[in-house]
Ligand binder design. Structure first.
Ligand code: HEM
Length: 393
């Protein structure tokens, strides 16, 4: 839309309020202040074999945004959206404003910004590419513990935006949502945060050290997370994201004493050590029993149930806490944006989720209220390419 200038006279006459209400922006300005390049420590790469935001050391703020394709959207529109997001992300992540950025100053602090794009099942239908759809790309089967709300579930496209500053996340989300608003509509936005102290495992809002047992880049990570293209050659270097929004019932969790809390998870609250160990990273001994022959780590505890039964059942957890406004009469609305990344949802994530849905002592205080599955295409190797290109070629 054409920009209108606000002059001093209109501002002093109260015109700004009216103009603001009408959605009239400030004119685009040249960068005049603080336009020195951002420190390289604040920049995550955009180009590469894989998209950033998966193996990336988790930043402290995240927004997961799902979009729905507007009716009548075709294959070329999809390619258009992906090209626009590629251009926006390539610039914003490197501390440069997007094209037609209305707040270019906000791009100057990338704060390790990453933009990770995912595709939902409908993309393959709309683009006439069903034969390229990974076999696991569909909503998870329903579980008895689920109380899913459509407001937090599914979606045709995902944009995961992470950075160490919330302002940076907001700006990137706004740019990425606005630049494609004629073709897609926002379905849901889920914002989260986590402690991002290097070398220290963060805590979730139940107070537990959360993220101890995970797969780290440089280990089995490549094999467990990145697709090798064996089933779908276009997906080599890509992965999947399962996002579960899990509400915590903190008011009743508050009633449980320390010992009860520790038996529920199988780890100590103070330092996250397994009940059979003394340090956070000690291997839990699920076979250990006390003097009465009772297991030290209860078989019903979260870690006993979630622990992989074979190596191929592991995946990357990269979750964020959420803490939203409570409903009338309630005092909290908190939980976990549980984000899991794996090359095969059916083989890695699903068996663990099934086990937890069947029984997990933690289920008394946790309720899945949202669920979505996306394929994360490989990265853009170099300038000139676009996200998802290998799918459409
Ligand atoms: C471990 C919390 C949901 C899978 C843990 C730990 C905590 C925790 C405190 C122990 C520390 C660690 O290793 O990170 C929670 C909370 C949840 C939740 C509060 C819900 C609000 C889930 C879900 C899954 C899952 C939905 C998978 C479907 C795992 C796995 C481990 C784990 C695989 C490591 C188990 C091991 O091998 O020791 N979780 N979790 N968690 N959780 Fe969860």
């Amino acid at each position: 839309p054409p920009r209108r200038r606000l002059n001093r006279r209109r501002l002093l006459g109260g015109g700004a309020v009216a103009a603001g209400a009408a959605g009239i922006g400030w004119g685009a300005r040249a960068l005049t202040t603080r336009d020195e390049p951002p420190p390289t420590s604040a920049i995550e790469p955009f180009y590469g074999t894989h998209q950033s935001g998966v193996a990336t050391d988790p930043q402290s703020h995240a927004a997961f945004v799902a979009f729905d394709l507007k009716p009548g959207t075709h294959r070329d529109d999809l390619i258009g959206v992906l090209k626009i997001w590629t251009g926006d992300a390539a610039r914003l992540t490197q501390g440069r404003p997007a094209l037609a950025d209305t707040e270019p100053e906000l791009a100057q602090r990338p704060s390790r910004l990453t933009v990770t794009v995912g595709l939902g099942p409908a993309v393959f239908t709309v683009a006439g590419l069903e034969h390229h759809r990974p076999s696991w790309l569909r909503p998870l089967p329903p579980f008895d513990i689920d109380r899913l709300e459509s407001a937090w579930s599914d979606g045709d496209l995902l944009v995961q935006v992470c950075a160490d500053e919330a302002t940076t996340v907001s700006h990137a989300v706004r740019v990425l949502s606005r630049s494609v608003s004629s073709l897609v509509s926002v379905r849901w936005v889920q914002r989260g945060f986590r402690n991002a102290e290097p070398g220290r495992t963060p805590r979730n809002l139940m107070g537990q050290v959360d993220g101890t047992v995970n797969i780290a880049p440089g280990t089995d990570f490549d094999r467990l997370v990145w697709d090798d293209g064996a089933a779908q050659p276009w997906l080599a270097g890509g992965t999947s994201c399962v996002l579960r929004r899990i509400a915590m019932t903190l008011d009743t969790w508050d009633e449980i004493d320390q010992e009860g809390r520790e038996l529920t998870v199988g780890r100590r609250i103070a330092d996250g050590a397994p009940l059979t160990g003394s340090g956070e990273f000690d291997e839990p001994d699920f076979a250990a029993v006390d003097a009465n022959g009772i297991p030290v780590i209860p078989p019903s505890s979260h870690i006993a149930r979630a622990h992989h039964t074979h190596e191929g059942e592991r995946f990357l957890r990269r979750g964020y806490n959420y803490d939203d406004a409570p409903a009338p009469g309630r005092i909290s609305n908190s939980g976990l944006l549980f984000a899991a990344y794996q090359r095969d949802v059916d083989a890695q994530f699903l068996p663990v989720q099934r086990r937890l849905a069947e029984f997990d002592a933690l289920n008394v205080w946790t309720t899945p209220v949202g669920s979505a599955v996306f394929v994360i295409p490989p990265g853009v190797p170099s300038p000139g390419g676009y996200l998802g290109q290998s799918l459409f070629e």
